[in-house]
Design a protein around this ligand. Structure first.
Ligand code: S3P
Length: 184
């Protein structure tokens, strides 16, 4: 695949823009990897539109992801999430932040690879846990876990998901994202 440009967020943190003809960049990675922040920053830089799959879900179904998990179950969420993902094929010049589990269900990962450029924001388990402990976003899969339980859960769960994330076209270290700069 051809590299047609690079996007440097900070020293040692460069996103390689591959094959921009794809018109879509899918940001993937575990919960707390910084997908939403990177989405905003990258969309601004490229003058592309930014979309967050969880937000699209909540707008479409008029229910928070957390309430949906409680009212129905994860399997029902994954089905609708996959359908919604496929609808993003209609978007052009779009940076799309996916949910942490999106690449790991159905054919979603292969589909994203075929329909856009995928970027895996890779962070350590420790970074993910620290960010998750400080995050305001409600995450049904992590509910009610103590700090210790959270670390154990993330370590195992992230490891199980890694083979999916590693199918991304591009992997970047997610540690050096300057969130304050991104949000300004
Ligand atoms: C999930 C991650 C969440 C959201 C849902 C499930 C997951 O998105 O889609 O709670 O399975 O990892 P974020 O990665 O933005 O937290």
């Amino acid at each position: 695949m051809k590299i047609v440009g690079t996007y440097r967020i900070r020293p040692n943190h460069t996103i390689y823009i591959m094959n921009l003809e794809s018109k879509r960049i899918y940001l993937i990675g575990y919960m707390g990897s910084g997908k939403s922040s990177a989405m905003k920053h990258l969309a601004k830089y490229l003058s592309w539109d930014a979309f967050d799959l969880d937000q699209l879900f909540e707008e479409r179904y008029k229910i928070s992801v957390q309430d949906f998990f409680h009212k129905y179950d994860e399997a029902a969420f994954r089905k609708l999430e996959s359908q919604l993902l496929k609808e993003t094929a209609q978007l052009e010049n779009a940076v799309i932040a996916t949910g942490g589990g999106t690449p790991c269900f159905y054919d979603n990962m292969d589909w994203m690879n075929a329909n856009g450029t995928t970027v895996f924001l890779k962070v350590s388990t420790k970074t993910a846990v620290v960010r998750l402990l400080n995050s305001k976003k409600k995450r049904p899969l992590l509910e009610g876990k103590s700090e210790e339980q959270l670390y154990e859960y993330v370590e195992k769960h992230y490891g199980e998901r890694m083979p999916f994330y590693e199918k991304a076209h591009i992997t970047v270290k997610g540690e050096n994202l300057d969130v304050s700069k991104i949000l300004s």
